[in-house]
Design a protein around this ligand. Structure first.
Ligand code: NAD
Ligand code: UD1
Length: 304
């Protein structure tokens, strides 16, 4: 049994990870400012420290007391940079550097959430970890910066860290009510309520969707790998992309509804096609995205 810190543990992906950790018998402490996360996402025995990763003074002490740190706290929306670029960067860049530095100085292994957004609009698909990264959003830039800081802290202080480049994660507990949330949670929620949905652009943009419990499993595997002295960066995806137009057709089948669709201008910083290869994660971490899209959509629809 070990003791883990999960930053952002009260959020969508973080709370699923917490469930996996608790089920495996580990002790968990969560650091979260509850900006999008919620206490009710967490099992009662989990210790919640309410604080901001960019400001919380006791962060080094908190990290020094654990066997490993999962760093998931972030402003998870690409679009939120359009509303306040520096404000988002303070969390995703500066806050992340604080977490990584504290872990490096305490010699605590870290697994952190990077993103497919680091690749930008690269025509070389499927994207592999060595594909050139050229982010087109502030969000992607800050996730890439986090990877570079982890690498530099490894070289200089000996940080053990692994970054997981999540593609588009979906599943229960993804907040449906916010315009900044993931597209599946927004579409499912609106379609189930008989409301119209908005597609930004022509709907031919494509995403590689991966189910949240598979992602939680990948985080667990990455921690074992990192604690054993390895470091790296891996895509976490299924290796299958679907356009939004096709996604809507699948959702209509799952919900047995006839969607009303409104098309609006595409959003700034939006990637066109995002299709990953998870071969490296399969080989090195033993990761596979087991849950197929339609199956995952059914689980999510049942929860919603
Ligand atoms: P989420 O918004 O549900 O979770 C983020 C959590 O971090 C929330 O609980 C929130 O309250 C907390 N948080 C935000 N700012 C904070 C701060 N300053 N200090 C402390 N806590 C803070 O989003 P999610 O989808 O679960 O994302 C988790 C991580 O995975 C993020 O780092 C995100 O960038 C990354 N990611 C998500 C996806 C996806 O498709 N959902 C894909 C790639 C990467
Ligand atoms: C998502 C994640 C981001 C992650 C990235 C990795 C969220 C909120 N964002 O970004 O954290 O790093 O994947 O690939 O989880 N769209 C509509 N209508 C809507 C909402 C969205 O058409 O109502 C479109 C968007 O313009 C975009 C696509 O759906 O083209 C996906 O959007 P979104 O779910 O916000 O995800 P990403 O921007 O891909």
């Amino acid at each position: 049994m070990a003791r883990y810190l999960v930053t952002g543990g009260a959020g969508f992906i973080g709370s699923h990870l917490v469930d996996h950790l608790v089920e495996a018998g580990h002790e968990v402490v969560v650091l979260d400012n509850l900006s999008t996360g919620a206490r009710f996402n967490l099992p009662p025995q989990v210790d919640l420290v309410q604080g901001d990763i960019a400001e919380f003074e006791n962060l080094p002490a908190l990290i020094a007391r654990v066997n490993g740190c999962f760093h998931l706290a972030a402003i998870a929306s690409v679009q939120q940079y359009q509303e306040g670029w520096a404000k988002a960067a303070k969390v995703n860049f500066y806050g992340s550097v604080r977490v990584l530095e504290a872990a490096a100085r305490a010699n605590v292994p870290v697994v952190y959430a990077s993103s497919a957004a680091i690749y930008g609009n690269n025509p070389l698909q499927p994207l592999i970890e060595t594909t050139m990264s050229r982010p087109i959003s502030g969000y992607g830039v800050d996730k890439l910066a986090m990877e570079h800081h982890a690498e530099a802290l490894k070289t200089t202080i000996g940080l053990r860290a692994t970054g997981l480049r999540f593609f588009n994660v979906y599943g229960p507990r993804q907040v449906p009510g916010s315009p900044y949330s993931g597209v599946i949670s927004i579409f499912l929620n609106r379609l189930a309520a008989g409301q119209p949905i908005t597609v930004f652009g022509d709907g031919e943009q494509a995403r590689d969707f991966v189910y949240v419990s598979d992602v939680a499993g990948a985080l667990m595997r990455a921690m074992s790998w990192t604690a054993a002295g390895n470091c790296g960066v891996f895509n976490i995806c299924r290796g299958e992309a679907i356009t939004l137009n096709d996604l809507i057709r699948v959702l209509a089948g799952v919900l047995e509804c006839a969607p009303e669709i409104r098309y609006e201008e595409s959003r700034a910083g939006d990637i066109r096609i995002s299709l990953g290869s998870s071969v490296a994660a399969a080989e090195r971490l033993g990761f596979t995205g087991n849950v197929a899209l339609e199956e995952g959509l059914r689980y999510t629809a049942d929860w919603a």
